[in-house]
Design a protein around this ligand. Structure first.
Ligand code: SAM
Ligand code: SF4
Length: 317
């Protein structure tokens, strides 16, 4: 469906849970999530009805995210049923990778086409620090499992954090020479409560290229990342700049939270509830949400924090 500004909305990102088995410092508080009543969260059937309603309005691509989607008990069933909805051409999933050794193969068989995995550092101590409770070896085992299950075009996402991983940009970028992966660097977004990092920690995407002088620009793949390639590499370097060079004018996505709220813009407090509605009700609300998608996310910096009213684990990134 086309929104009131002429953008064609074809992409729905679904957060299936706000819970996570890690506690990344820029994403969620150390204590985890405030427990919500089970009855407030979308059921599997409601998620499928929402996808059917979205598909009837022209949504063709779904990304399953979270929190950590793989901690959700029925994740394989959700992916299988989403992939089977008429009109859905592509189901992708974003994960921290920790549970991929058990789940990569079932997810592939369920119809998940592509995986994005998150990795901010290649140093085991720094990984333990940034995730508060994670082990790098578990991530690496997950990445191996994804390759073994036959996933292709895996994308690795790193959040750029000054003073933490800017000295690893070269090493992370070189992963594209070792593996057939895209390595994507994402500017850190100032969420309302993810306060471990101050303004000094923000690095604009342009800084990445200072570390990679030999990178040449590559053709865009339809996503929001600006693409570059290192000589001899098997995959691209992606630069994602939600803060310093926003891409709201070409945004084609909306989001569904685990408690059933459609967020037409990641950083807006506008939310439209689907919880408890049937197909027709959801379709009506989706139409309204898409039509009213905000023009842009407003200023984002240390002073102007995100107006989302939620942390990233409650939206899905
Ligand atoms: N748990 C999964 C994962 O980590 O891949 C999926 C959910 S996570 C919220 C999705 C993506 O959002 C991750 O790549 C994460 O690094 C990114 N993210 C979280 N908080 C962020 C922030 N404040 N700024 C930029 N990216 C953020
Ligand atoms: Fe969990 Fe992903 Fe947020 Fe890290 S970025 S705390 S893995 S939801």
């Amino acid at each position: 469906m086309i929104d009131r500004l002429g953008r064609n909305i074809t992409y729905l990102r679904i957060s299936v849970t706000d819970k996570c088995n890690l506690r990344c410092r820029y994403c969620m508080p150390e204590g985890g999530v405030c427990k919500k009543e089970h009855t407030e969260m979308m059921t599997e059937d409601e998620i499928i009805t929402a996808v059917e309603a979205a598909a009837s309005l022209g949504i063709t691509k779904i990304r399953i995210t979270g929190g950590e989607p793989l901690v959700k008990k029925n994740i394989v069933s959700i992916c299988r049923r989403v992939a089977a909805v008429a009109g859905i051409k592509e189901v992708c999933l974003t994960t921290n990778g920790i549970l991929l050794p058990e789940l990569a193969r079932p997810l592939k068989e369920a119809g998940v086409k592509r995986l994005n995995v998150s990795l901010d550092t290649l140093d085991a101590d720094k990984y333990a620090y940034i995730t508060r409770i994670g082990k790098l070896e578990h991530f690496l085992a997950g990445l191996d499992a994804a390759f073994e299950a036959g996933f292709e075009k895996i994308k690795i996402n790193a959040v750029l954090i000054g003073g933490f991983n800017d000295n690893e940009i070269r090493q992370l970028a070189d992963l594209t020479k070792q593996y057939p992966v895209d390595m994507r660097f994402i500017e850190m977004m100032p969420m309302y409560d993810s306060g471990d990092f101050d303004a000094q920690a923000f690095i604009p995407y342009t800084k990445v290229l200072d570390y990679l002088p030999e990178a040449v620009s590559a053709e865009r793949d339809g996503g929001v990342a600006k693409l570059y390639r290192l000589p001899g590499a098997k995959g691209n370097i992606g630069l994602i700049s939600p803060v310093s060079a926003h891409f709201c004018g070409e945004c084609n996505r909306i989001r569904l939270t685990a408690d059933g709220k459609i967020k037409p813009c990641l950083h807006s407090s506008d939310e439209y509830s689907l919880k408890g509605l049937d197909f027709d009700g959801m379709k009506q609300v989706l139409k309204e949400a898409i039509w009213n998608k905000p023009a842009w996310h407003g200023d984002l910096d240390a002073v102007h924090r995100s107006q989302a009213g939620r942390n990233m684990n409650q939206i899905g990134g």
